[in-house]
Design a protein around this ligand. Structure first.
Ligand code: ADP
Ligand code: MG
Length: 243
């Protein structure tokens, strides 16, 4: 499989806290990698460094073989190639759903309005929200807002999508509608890194499960292997608490 995202020997500190310790991770094109682990183990930081929202002290992060400098236009382009979906949806409250999805293609890509609008409507259709295009985010449920956030990320035609606990802020009855959209994207071949506590999703949609603890990747295996026979005590302990 062609590697799309590659991290080699990546280290990151916050002050004296060593949050990422010698991380090596390869995500192949079309692969779905679910990242799990205890709170504070470095999962969000991992997403943030892949998307260059944070810098690293050592190691390399490449996307499709390119190690882009984290500056200026190159940085903006790289961010556009890796979309990110957060726990808090971060939609613009004063803009309609449609305008939220059109915004980056208009501003960052300089697309024509007609083209951006047609594409945004297609994407809203894809996440089941075509009929909500004229509404404002506050008029939507949390699950609907998160689906808008996914459509917004897709509007930049990213090579990969990162999800950082996309369903953690949602009421239980809305979790499945978001996971369903993610499952569909996975089936369509989108490369995805997903931080989640949804073990059902990990089992059914992931090609690999990466288990992190204290800034390290402790296990990197298929879901079958990980869930039926975790190797490390830390993974066994973690699974015994959440399953
Ligand atoms: P996770 O997502 O697995 O819960 P994080 O990547 O958010 O873990 O955080 C890893 C560690 O780094 C935690 O101890 C957290 O408190 C710390 N941390 C995260 N962001 C910052 C920051 N901006 N400044 C200082 N410490 C941080
Ligand atoms: Mg986190």
């Amino acid at each position: 499989m062609e590697p799309l995202i590659e991290l080699r020997g990546v280290n990151k500190h916050y002050g004296t806290l060593h949050v990422l310790r010698d991380i090596n991770l390869t995500v192949g094109r079309g692969e779905v990698v679910v990242v799990i682990g205890p709170s504070g183990s470095g999962k969000s930081t991992l997403c943030r460094i892949i998307n260059r929202l944070e810098t690293v002290e050592s190691g390399t992060i490449t996307l499709a073989g390119r190690n882009l400098p984290a500056e200026g236009k190159e940085l903006a382009r790289l961010r556009a190639e890796v979309g990110m979906v957060f726990q808090a949806f971060n939609l613009f409250g004063h803009k309609t759903v449609l305008a939220n999805v059109m915004l980056a293609p208009l501003k960052v890509r300089g697309q024509k309005k007609d083209k951006a609008q047609a594409r945004a409507l297609d994407l809203l259709e894809r996440v089941g929200l075509a009929d909500q295009a004229a509404k404002y985010p506050a008029q939507l449920s949390g699950g609907q807002q998160q689906r808008v956030a996914i459509a917004r990320a897709l509007a930049m035609d990213p090579e990969a999508l990162l999800f950082d606990e996309p369903t953690s802020a949602l009421d239980p009855e809305m979790i499945s509608e978001v996971l369903e959209v993610m499952r569909q994207l996975a089936q369509e071949g989108m490369t995805m890194v997903v931080v989640t506590h949804e073990m059902g999703f990990a089992r059914s949609a992931a090609n690999r499960v990466v288990f992190m603890a204290e800034g390290q990747i402790v296990e990197d295996r298929t879901p079958e292997e990980f869930f039926t026979a975790p190797e490390s005590d830390r993974a066994k302990d973690f699974l015994s608490k959440i399953l």
